[in-house]
Design a binder for this molecule. Structure first.
Ligand SMILES: O=C(O)CCC(=O)C(=O)O
Length: 270
């Protein structure tokens, strides 16, 4: 797939894109594979808290092929360039609300999340809500980025903050800039969703440092490498082009993860 110039401009301006039905033909096997990951790992989701697997598509050879899929790689390449990096992602059974946040902050570098919700979700049943424009480095100090403190700042509940609700059905795909403020409200205790995280290829020292910081943040998941062995051993040269720069900049991760293992009772859930 190829994004239009308007879609790319829309992403740059507002920080997100919703692609209805992009993977509706594939959603059957994708959902079966999603369930298989949790089953194989013996995860029993009791609904009391979020269950997470990181990295996610890496757990199954077939799910890894999503990275090779022309619709997925075309979407990502359209937003980040053909030489984008794949930097992991999570698979989740969510429970309840997700408060306003962004997925870190990048003054340099460009990070993208591609998300698939595997159940129909609406504004009041756990779809992603976003505050358009909050990804922009030029307006980093805009108070909208403090939406988590909505009650104190504006006397409103977090779910009343002005935002766009990206209602979706299985097969729809949501893509957003990691800097973008996002949240979800009213979801069930078994809301299924998984993501692929990608970044634009780092082309200078500051961007490489940013990539290495992002890699380091994965110590909280107790990872020694960013991709699974399956992801790497089954990679075609085309896929490998999306893994190589990350592989060259992850040597600091094992020591950080060893420290995290010594300090925390379990890996982070998000
Ligand atoms: O669906 C949700 O609850 C929020 C998703 C989210 O915050 C994320 O993927 O970063």
């Amino acid at each position: 797939m190829q994004l239009s110039r308007q879609q790319r401009d829309c992403f740059e301006t507002f920080g997100y894109l919703l692609l209805p039905g992009l993977l509706s033909e594939e959603i059957g096997w994708i959902t079966d594979e999603f369930e298989a990951v949790f089953q194989n790992r013996g995860v029993v989701h009791d609904g009391s808290k979020r269950s997470t697997v990181v990295p996610f598509i890496d757990q199954r050879e077939k799910l890894c092929t999503l990275l090779d899929h022309p619709k997925v790689s075309g979407l990502i390449a359209g937003l980040l360039g053909d030489d984008f990096n794949y930097v992991g992602g999570d698979g989740n059974y969510y429970t309840g609300d997700t408060a306003w946040h962004s997925d870190g902050w990048h003054d340099v570098g460009k990070f993208l999340k591609v998300a698939l919700y595997l159940d129909p979700v609406t504004s009041t049943t756990g779809c992603l809500r976003v505050i358009p424009g909050t990804h922009k480095v030029e307006i980093k100090d805009w108070d909208a980025r403090k939406a988590r403190n909505a009650e104190e700042l504006w006397g409103m509940a977090q779910n009343q903050v002005p935002a766009v609700a990206l209602e979706s059905n299985p097969g729809d795909v949501v893509a957003f800039n990691h800097n973008l403020m996002h949240a979800s409200f009213g979801g069930s205790s078994r809301r299924r969703m998984f993501t692929l995280n990608c970044s634009a290829r780092a082309t200078n020292g500051a961007e490489v440092e940013d990539l290495e910081r992002y890699v380091a943040s994965h110590a909280r998941f107790w990872l020694d490498q960013m991709h699974s062995d399956v992801m790497r051993s089954t990679a075609s040269p085309q896929r490998m082009a999306h893994l190589a720069q990350v592989m060259a900049h992850e040597s600091h991760l094992p020591a950080l993860s060893a420290k995290a293992r010594a300090e925390a009772a379990e890996p982070a859930r998000g």
